[in-house]
Ligand binder design. Structure first.
Ligand code: NDP
Length: 409
């Protein structure tokens, strides 16, 4: 019987726990642990009510390697699913090495004191995982995650060479709040305020945050949005593992209202990640801001609309130019009805469950540290259709691909 330990009882952790519980033939025993055990217990209650299945809960501070090792040794899971925060990636990888447990996460490591997004820290564990005979699967969310698998699947079945990759992430949802982030506010704001880097002519080019944007019309009536070019971590691994890619860009939709709030928060210093003195106490403004913003895990009740996340891929096949758009559309209210969460948590949590399933079913299990695109995309693509994130593919002309015209094809 496979045992898994999920760490992190936030918006994403809740979806992972619910989705794992829905696949008992793969996830025989599930423990959900977090800093705050009452959050784990509330998720366990929801799972019991919805699916009649009991999962276990535990308390752990994942920054403390010894604590996690003790928990791992007590539970002896096959796999640790890390859906806490990116800061915990390295301590949790250390704990897995010490306890002999496979590892999976959804976001690359970030040092707390600097908003720096690089795989280097985690790629440096390659030899240690290989020697220990353990597997670490990195970035098994939607983006990174599904977007990497979409690209690998296109490379395997549709292209001889991929030259241009545009990943477009639209959240067409409305949560009814004046300002809220769709996932952990601290991580989200660090990401969107960082300078933009994109891959052009085989190198990363840096531009100011949010300085490049364009209009995008989603397929299937999801709507018209302004999308902004920004840095996203999957570009780093994709251009490494698919070296024919000459241009890679990541685009995300933001409403004028979100951008207006963000600009004000930045201008007044509330997005700073360094410590400031407040009445003799050191506080980090962004962490304080997180404490007063809505909890993304609670947004499901009020969020309406759909997400639309996909990849426009251009390249060649049999000497001819070719272009495709592969995408998923996910409805916030349907996610809430199924597992009590909004679609951002859902589109991250489902691929984390599927990545875990790929490891436990031995389809992707091998010693070392791996990004998603280094695995056979086929079983993962099949499971997306079966577990709540069906995808579609549209053939584009090169002109449509260049101008992002995906809606009227
Ligand atoms: P939340 O803030 O909602 O949840 C994070 C959870 O981790 C909280 O329950 C929190 O603790 C727990 N946690 C934090 N620090 C520790 C610690 N030291 N020890 C134990 N538990 C800890 O975040 P989300 O659920 O929105 O995001 C989870 C992860 O998913 C993040 O890494 C995020 O970057 C990633 N993500 C990835 C996406 C993708 O597509 N690849 C998209 C969206 C998110 P507590 O129990 O105290 O509440």
């Amino acid at each position: 019987m496979n045992k898994v330990l999920i760490i992190g009882a936030g918006g994403v952790g809740s979806v992972v726990a619910h989705k794992c519980a829905m696949v008992p033939e793969v996830f025989g025993s599930i423990t959900l642990a977090s800093r705050t055990v009452s959050k784990c217990d509330a998720i366990a209650d929801s799972i019991k009510t919805r699916f009649g299945r009991k999962i276990n809960t535990a308390q752990v501070d994942a920054d403390d390697v010894a604590q996690t090792v003790a928990l791992l040794k007590e539970l002896q899971p096959t796999l640790l699913i890390n859906v806490a925060l990116p800061y915990q990636d390295l301590p949790l990888m250390d704990a897995c090495l010490e306890a002999g447990v496979h590892y999976l996460d959804t976001a690359n490591y970030e040092p707390k004191e600097e908003a720096k997004f690089e795989y280097k820290w985690q790629w440096d564990y390659q030899e240690r995982f290989e020697k220990a005979g353990l597997c670490a699967l990195l970035g098994s969310g939607f983006d990174p995650g599904v977007t990497n698998v979409f690209t690998a699947w296109a490379a395997k079945h549709h292209f001889d060479e991929i030259h241009t990759l545009d990943i477009i992430d639209v959240n067409g949802g409305d949560h009814g709040k004046a300002f809220a982030t769709n996932f952990n506010p601290e991580i989200n704001i660090r990401e969107v305020t960082a300078p933009c880097r994109h891959w052009e002519d085989d190198r990363f080019v840096e531009t100011p945050a949010m300085s490049e944007h364009r209009a995008f019309t989603c397929p299937e009536g999801v709507g018209d949005y302004e999308i902004y070019r920004m840095y996203h971590e999957e570009m780093e691994s994709l251009v490494k593992h698919l070296p024919s890619i000459r241009t890679a860009r990541f685009w995300m939709s933001f409403s004028p209202n979100y951008l207006k709030h963000l600009e004000v928060l930045q201008n007044v210093g509330m997005t700073r990640i360094d410590e400031v003195d407040y009445n003799g106490t050191k506080i980090v403004p962004l962490q304080f801001l997180k404490a007063v913003l809505p909890d993304p895990g609670d947004l499901g009740k009020t969020t309406k609309g759909r997400t639309c996340i996909g990849c426009i891929i251009q390249g060649t096949k049999d000497g001819q130019e070719k272009a495709l758009y592969i995408y998923n559309i996910c409805d916030h209210e349907e996610c809430f009805a199924e597992v009590g969460s909004q679609a951002i948590s859902y589109t991250t949590g489902v691929p984390a469950m599927i990545g875990a399933k790929m490891l436990l079913e031995q389809k992707w299990l091998r010693p070392g540290v791996w990004n998603m695109e280094q695995n056979d995309p086929d079983p993962f693509m099949e499971d997306l259709n079966l577990h709540g994130l069906p995808w579609k593919i549209i053939e584009l002309t090169p002109a449509q691909a260049t101008t992002f015209q995906v809606a009227c094809s």
